[in-house]
Design a binder for this molecule. Structure first.
Ligand code: CA
Length: 230
């Protein structure tokens, strides 16, 4: 059971969600305005276990909200509701720092299942246990806490940054195409020539590379995609 904030201005949708989440034993608050939701989340940092966040909102859109949360070091799990399911929108959501997304209209049962997944993961993280880690190039990636340890510095990654880095490291020495990355990491199979992945790479380079402008680990392979070099 968790405390969940629903950020959605369509009240019939928000109320329907609240009804079903309360029936599952959750405590639910609703905000219909983006700025109000952001203020509430930043003021009550540990109150919520998960946020269901619509993209199209008055006040402030969902992408900006999650981006600002993450930039302020607030890592509450966010399930984003995108109006469209175009890969660019999905990637924009993940780039902003969302943990999961659902395109509208969605099946209620799917939303409840995704939310259960986010809450389970959070609960698991709260308990003390040995975390799965991946070590490479003198760095350590905690696959559960989503923390990347580089020397004395620990970076908090988003789920997608972690998944992408893990995928690249596991394919070390092999060039991987953007299309392969989209399929493996984002589960997107559309035939799209998106460059949105490049923005993720830029961020990962900032964590990993002593000089991000001259990458030694996350190397661009012209005409193909990227390659991780240990
Ligand atoms: Ca809306």
């Amino acid at each position: 059971m968790g405390r969940i904030l629903i950020v959605e201005d369509e009240s019939h949708l928000a109320d329907g969600l609240r009804f079903n989440l309360e029936a599952e034993g959750h405590e639910v608050d609703i905000d219909g305005d983006g700025q109000a939701a952001l203020d509430r989340l930043l003021e009550h940092r540990s109150r919520y276990d998960a946020v269901v966040l619509d993209v199209m909102l008055p006040g402030k859109d969902g992408f900006s909200i999650v981006k600002q949360l993450r930039s302020e070091g607030h890592y509450v799990p966010v399930l984003m509701l995108t109006a469209r399911s175009r890969p660019e929108d999905v990637l924009q959501g993940f780039e902003a720092g969302a943990d999961d997304y659902l395109p509208k209209p969605f099946e209620l049962q799917i939303l409840l299942a995704r939310l259960r997944g986010l809450l389970r993961r959070r609960e698991w993280l709260m308990q003390p246990h040995e975390h799965d880690t991946l070590s490479f190039a003198g760095k350590k990636l905690d696959l559960e806490a989503l923390e990347l340890q580089c020397g004395d510095t620990t970076y908090q990654l988003t789920q997608m940054e972690c998944d992408l880095l893990q995928y690249l490291v596991k394919n070390a020495g092999r060039p991987v195409s953007r299309k392969a990355i989209l399929e493996a990491v984002w589960d997107l199979h559309e035939d799209t020539d998106t460059r949105a992945i490049d923005n993720f790479i830029v961020r990962l380079r900032r964590y990993l590379e002593p000089d991000p402008a001259k990458p030694k680990h996350l190397v661009t392979v012209r005409g193909v995609g990227y390659k991780f070099v240990e």
